[in-house]
Design a binder for this molecule. Structure first.
Ligand code: ADP
Ligand code: MG
Length: 353
């Protein structure tokens, strides 16, 4: 999907009302009947039909012919538009530049504010890969797939935002969070290469211990990144310092599978250093030891701070369930060849807390 900043200006305020009506209607309708769109928008019938047509032409809504009635669905393009409009109304962003990344579950764009300072806009797109992989095996979200995935993407953005704020406030090396709307996060642009693209560093040993120290620092503050790998670690172009990104899967150290997540993070780094830099160390953090040392350590719990920030535990659980029946149960390839009963079995284990 291409984002077009000029579109932000060419949608009239009435068209915007109609688009918002489609979004509101999607809360309890998979396909929003045209009559409901008219009703919610509070505009005249004839005018609304024409405007829906305009919005559909720009791919902000799409027409769905249902067996019972015709109606419309908000597209990701429409949701992107609504989020960007909210961000630009608050003067958080002004223009959209190039796409710099397609993540597993997001699109990343360079955007700028009115002064031309660059920032990063991350648009969450849950369900893109994870769902396709298991679509035939499970029907987790029932019939309202697209709306539900938009809702999940929103939760993912809210969760990521809550964690980024708390981490940034406590001076962890993460991008500065700037604003959040719907399924989007606006953050500081880091001039860096993903570790994945780095073939040479002055001292692999030093970088290795910096990264392991970070895992320990997270854990002492009650957190585990959960996806701590060469794609989510950026190496600053000027100083070579690492910056950590991508937080929708963070878990608390009191999560019942905390140790498993912790070990996986540690193992990702060890494996990458072995393969890329031929560097191996007998020293690496152990979960129990790290937590035991915490007793007389930091004295603050960021998992508690996040919980206090307003992102609900219930929503955290919902996201986790969705992730667990998609990518995070196992690597994608394993998942595809795994019998459904085993996926269920694994999920059951993970759900309990
Ligand atoms: P996903 O959840 O889809 O993996 P990420 O947050 O990891 O999304 O971002 C995907 C890619 O976009 C990263 O690997 C990185 O190259 C780039 N990126 C993300 N955030 C920033 C940022 N703040 N500054 C610079 N590049 C970024
Ligand atoms: Mg990532």
């Amino acid at each position: 999907m291409k984002l077009d900043a000029t579109d932000l200006r060419y949608v009239t305020s009435d068209e915007f009302r109609v688009l918002t009506a489609v979004e509101m209607g999607s809360k309890n309708h998979e396909v929003v009947p045209t009559s409901l769109i008219v009703q919610i928008s509070g505009l005249r019938n004839g005018g609304v039909n024409k405007m829906i047509g305009e919005l559909a032409k720009r791919n902000l809504v799409s027409k769905v012919q249902n067996s019972k009635y015709d109606g419309y669905r908000l597209t990701y393009g429409g949701l992107d538009y609504l989020a960007m409009r909210a961000l630009s109304k608050r003067d958080s962003m002004y223009s959209v530049g190039n796409q710099i990344g397609v993540g597993k579950e997001s699109d990343i764009y360079i955007v700028a504010d009115a002064e031309g300072s660059e920032m990063v806009l991350k648009l969450h797109r849950l369900g893109r890969i994870s769902f396709r992989a298991i679509k035939n095996k499970r029907d987790y979200l029932g019939k309202r797939k697209s709306a539900s995935w938009m809702y999940m993407s929103r939760l993912a953005a809210q969760k990521e935002w809550a964690f980024m704020k708390v981490l940034h406030e406590h001076e962890f090396p993460v991008p500065k969070p700037i604003d959040q709307a719907r399924h989007c996060i606006l953050m500081e642009f880091i001039d860096a290469y993903p570790l994945r693209q780095v073939s040479d560093v002055p001292s692999p040993g030093q970088l290795y211990s910096t990264l392991m120290d970070l895992i320990i620092r997270f854990a002492r503050a009650g957190l585990i990144h959960g996806d701590f790998n060469e794609f989510n670690i950026l190496i600053r172009r000027d100083t070579g310092e690492p910056v950590v990104i991508d937080f929708p899967q963070m878990v608390s150290t009191s999560h019942e599978n905390a140790e498993w997540y912790f070990n996986r993070d540690v193992e990702c780094i060890r494996r990458f250093f072995r393969r890329r830099f031929r560097y191996e160390s007998a020293l690496y953090p152990r979960f129990r030891k790290t937590l035991d040392d915490t007793a007389d350590g930091e004295g603050f719990r960021l998992d508690v701070a996040v919980a206090a920030s307003g992102f609900k535990q219930k929503d955290m659980r919902t996201l986790e369930e969705v992730r667990l029946c998609s990518v995070y149960v196992a690597p994608m390839d394993d998942l595809l060849s795994m019998p459904v009963s085993r996926i269920r079995q694994r999920r059951r284990g993970w759900w309990r807390r």
